[in-house]
Design a protein around this ligand. Structure first.
Ligand SMILES: [Zn+2]
Length: 241
């Protein structure tokens, strides 16, 4: 049972285009503790969508810059930083949080976070954005439906990458805001589990639709085959975000 916003510990995987607005929104909304997981540095070319950072932060480790930014806007928020990417060897970090928010730019990390959330019985909010399109999904600790009910498995072959394909900054802002609202609904006891939000930045449309559990889902289905974090299942490849 999660004890409201002030007593909550929220883990944010990836503090980039999506993680920036999520982090700011949750800190200012009164979430007690944020656990930030990232191993990257602030890059000038990403500043347009990574709204947590300023020009003066370029070259700094993202999490140190993020901690300073949160201290400026919400000094009472407790910030814990993990200066590493989420990978199968450290996924146990997620056992310490009440809600997992996945904001990274790698498909493999999204599936790893989804599998870990299911195995740990944690609520999960996953976001993705590329070019003008973004999605956000909220799933519950019971895991029916789950992330794999919708996205199944890592895509094969050539994949879109945000550093090649690009992502429009405001699309990250919209999806990050939706992710933060999903988290706050969980903490406030009014979750939107099983809801997929999709935003089309060209048309300016945001849609929410319920998703269904698949009986054949390998993670939450009738006969699940994923019952532990197996490192070979998560190839560290490209990206949405
Ligand atoms: Zn499933």
């Amino acid at each position: 049972m999660i004890g409201g916003r002030a007593g909550a510990i929220v883990g944010i995987v990836g503090v980039g285009g999506l993680g920036s607005p999520v982090t700011l929104a949750l800190a200012k909304a009164g979430v007690g503790t944020l656990v930030l997981i990232d191993d990257d540095v602030v890059d000038r070319t990403n500043l347009h969508r990574q709204i947590l950072f300023r020009e003066a932060d370029v070259g700094r480790h993202k999490l140190e810059a993020a901690r300073d930014a949160i201290a400026r806007v919400s000094p009472r928020t407790v910030v814990e930083i993990q200066r590493e990417h989420l990978h199968p060897g450290n996924a146990g970090l997620l056992s310490e949080v009440d809600v997992i928010v996945e904001c990274s730019d790698r498909y493999a990390v999204k599936f790893l976070a989804a599998d870990a959330a299911q195995l740990l019985r944690k609520p999960l909010v996953v976001g993705a954005a590329i070019r003008f399109i973004g999605t956000a999904l909220s799933t519950g600790p019971e895991g029916h439906p789950c992330y794999r009910c919708v996205f199944e498995d890592l895509p094969e072959g050539a994949q879109q990458r945000c550093d090649v394909s690009g992502v429009v900054g405001p699309v990250c802002g919209v999806i990050g805001a939706v992710q933060a609202s999903f988290v706050l609904r969980i903490l406030d006891g009014r979750p939107s589990y099983g809801t997929l939000a999709s935003f089309d930045g060209r048309a300016g449309t945001l849609r929410h639709r319920p998703i269904s559990a698949r009986a054949s889902c390998p993670l939450c289905g009738t006969h699940p085959t994923i019952d532990r974090i197996e490192p070979t299942r998560y190839v560290s490849d490209p990206c949405p975000q």
